[in-house]
Design a protein around this ligand. Structure first.
Ligand SMILES: *Cc1c(COP(=O)(O)O)cnc(C)c1O
Length: 366
């Protein structure tokens, strides 16, 4: 049996007709950038995220960069980031000229350890970027409390957790201004690149709108040295269609995760994902850990089961961060996760037969 790591259109074949209608509407409107589809989607995505404002941008990396720019974070500033994250979180900090300062994750949830944030704070620290990694909300009460105590901004990186909750409040609604990605492979993805910032702060919202559009508040009037990073009308229209399904899709991911957990408990040395109290996960990734990761991955591949590693090299050991002089063992928890993690297929449309086949083959391996 051949099981791909990800498939986009298995769950809702009917959605294609809705997407084509959305395409036609934008095509016929003769207006392709910064129009009604964007405004309409932004309103709905703000409501989905439990905030007042949303500003659509070109991708998730830009969403973090624009968030940091609205907070005037730049050269000389430090920003606390997880040691265990996709490199985009770090790159956003670096690209505004600030310094990413890594903090290790909790060993069971893989999200940033709120108890370690304080020891990473220096007089130069301006902000913390918690990442709701693999789809699980961070413990935002603890993070907000440390940030408030030290007068730091919080910018959530919500690229992997659209629809996840902490104490019944959606991710992307806690920080001063928060970033998300609509990359096709995310739980909530466009048919191309896309991203957004979400905030309750009207002035940060206005600043984000200006920054994404050449720093311009009025045509040919430029307030700041902005960028060109806009969510286009087509992607906004596609996303508005998909927004009607995201909660169902997240439920389906949770159903699949529950089946995996049921079948994989107690098998070999497998460590299953743990969910912290008050948190929910939308299982962007179903990550298991094992000391025999590479062998298990090879075995599953031979059986037609495609898996991925999120992520094989933590940011501090990437060539791109050679200049920060980090070395092996500087962030041992992140490094251990990188060496032992394996992501199993999880997406709406994955059948029980496929899930059973995957679990049977994992059992067989051990
Ligand atoms: C995908 C991702 C991003 C970047 O999003 P893009 O749209 O690909 O630029 C940022 N942070 C995390 C945690 C991500 O998973």
């Amino acid at each position: 049996m051949e099981i791909p790591f990800l498939l986009f259109d298995k769950s809702n074949p009917g959605i294609k007709a809705e997407m084509l209608t959305a395409f036609e509407k934008v095509y016929d409107s003769q207006w392709y950038i910064m129009g009604e589809s964007l405004l309409s989607f932004e309103k709905k995505y703000a409501a989905f995220s439990g905030v007042k404002y949303c500003s659509g941008v070109a991708n998730g990396l830009d969403a973090i960069i624009i968030s940091l720019k609205t907070l005037n974070i730049g050269p000389g500033d430090e920003v606390i980031v997880p040691s265990n994250t996709y490199i985009a979180t770090w790159l956003a900090v670096s690209s505004v000229g600030a310094k990413p300062v890594p903090v290790e994750p909790l060993k069971d949830t893989y999200n940033i350890d709120p108890g370690l944030i304080e020891s990473a704070i220096t007089p130069a620290t301006r902000a913390v970027i918690p990442v709701h990694l693999y789809g699980q909300a961070c413990e935002m009460d603890k993070i907000m409390a440390v940030a408030a105590k030290h007068n730091l901004f919080v910018v959530e990186d919500n690229a992997q957790a659209h629809g996840a909750l902490f104490n019944n409040k959606p991710t992307g609604s806690f920080g001063n201004i928060n970033a998300t990605s609509f990359y096709p492979g995310k739980n909530f993805g466009a048919l191309g690149d896309g991203g957004a910032v979400t905030t309750d702060d009207h002035s940060l919202y206005e600043q984000a709108n200006i920054t994404r559009n050449y720093g311009s508040d009025k045509k040919y009037h430029n307030q700041v040295k902005g960028v060109n990073s806009r969510l286009d009308e087509l992607q906004a229209a596609f996303l508005e269609v998909k927004l009607n399904y995201i909660n169902d899709w997240n439920k389906e991911r949770n159903r699949i995760a529950a089946l995996y957990k049921e079948q994989l408990t107690g098998i070999g040395d497998i460590v299953l994902p743990a969910i912290a109290p008050g948190c929910t996960s939308v299982y962007h990734v179903f990550m298991i850990r094992t000391e025999k990761r590479n062998e298990l991955q090879q075995h599953l591949l031979k059986m037609g089961i495609n898996t991925l590693i999120h992520y094989p090299i933590p940011p501090h050991l990437q060539q791109a961060y050679k200049d920060s002089m980090y070395k092996r063992n500087d962030f041992p928890i992140a490094e251990h996760i990188a060496g032992t993690c394996l992501s199993l297929p999880i997406y709406p449309g994955l059948t029980n037969t496929q899930i059973n086949y995957i679990c049977d083959n994992i059992r067989l391996f051990y």
